[in-house]
Design a protein around this ligand. Sequence first.
Ligand SMILES: Cc1ncc(COP(=O)(O)O)c(C=O)c1O
Ligand SMILES: N[C@@H](CCCC[NH3+])C(=O)O
Length: 434
Amino acid sequence: MAEQFSYNEKGHLLFGGLDTIDLAKKYGTPLFVYDVEKIRENARAFVETFQKHGIKAQVAYASKAFSSIAMVQVAKQENLSLDVVSQGELYTALQAGFPVDKIHFHGNNKSLEELRMAIESKIGCIVIDNFHEMVLLESLLAEYDATMDVLIRVTPGIEAHTHDYILTGNEDSKFGFDLTNGQADKAIQQLLAKERIHLKGLHCHIGSQIFETDGFMMAVERLFEKLAEWSKSYQFTAEVLNLGGGFGIRYTSEDEPLPLEKYVESLIEKVSSQTNKYNMVFPEIWIEPGRSIVGDACITLYSIGSIKEIPNVRKYVAVDGGMTDNLRPALYQAKYEAVVANKAQQPSDEEVSIAGKCCESGDMLIWDIMLPEVEANDILAVFSTGAYGYSMANHYNRFAKPAVVFVEKGKDQLVVKRESYQDLVTNDLSYEEE
Ligand SMILES: Cc1ncc(COP(=O)(O)O)c(C=O)c1O
Ligand SMILES: N[C@@H](CCCC[NH3+])C(=O)O
């Protein structure tokens, strides 16, 4: 975060203890730089809070936030579990040597091939999302003469948004089984009848970048209301409650996230009070944080190029990346803070807007930010870009994807190479006129 940054005697921004200008020179720009110590700190905040309270839990890193072999290895080192939502994310996890029994497979349209790969690699759990998938899974399990642990994804009718949450009578979501309209009941009934499928419990995820605990609390209440019903009607007891991810982080000074421990403590308290209320056995609690593990542990370094001043209107400062490495401003009007990394000690006294270099007027990274006077070849550091930045990077305008560097204990290490133009055309074939 901008307000906490530090710099060295050259006035260069430090990140993970290293001079960001040295990193930009060594690896080029745009460059994602992750502070691995911060990733570990975030992961431990979750894991250790469960441990402190003696709760059996799994903290599954939602690898959609940033998936790479090195990142999955850090998740493994921190004893996390792993949430994957595609064959690509699963493949990455397998390549990274992640323990398969701690991999959970999500997705609202898992293909036969994806389910096949999940069964063949003997992953720990599949989160069942819909009736179609149940049929596919059952037939594949018969083919492999195998069994599979599953959770069922339910939508509790709570839709959480960034700063608030709303109750929706009938959740309009492409994910999971609705808790209120009978779909979840039907799915539970069917799953319990399937010999090769072991229903371990429930999953729900109410949204992302959530700053309060109220939405989570309401979700837990709803799950327990239904569990009480299902315990009577189907003699079903949940061994596991997966309460998803979505814990908010600070992108700008407007954001006021809770300490990560607070989310966990509230969940433990609520599950505890509900188990008492309904006289149930305390389930294992699983969570799936993505953003809150990697989001604030990364900056993106860009080189500044052209600067266009429109008198009395705006000064556009263009950088060598944009919506190809950070889609979030264009997609969600997401806000970020930044500093000029080689002028980190200088006062910020000019308002400018940071433009990307795509052929798209909406390719703006930051509107109206105060910076020192900038010139071409300055390095801009944008904070909190670790989640859904590289993972949503794309090839629009045939820009090559940036490199990713990890820093820890004063050392930097390249963990994802910068794409080459050869990489960009590697699947292209020529077409000869007949
Ligand atoms: C099912 C599920 N689990 C976990 C996550 C991770 O969310 P976040 O990165 O906000 O923690 C998401 C994304 O919203 C999700 O859809
Ligand atoms: N990609 C989104 C979050 C999606 C969460 C996954 N269900 C973001 O950048 O905020």
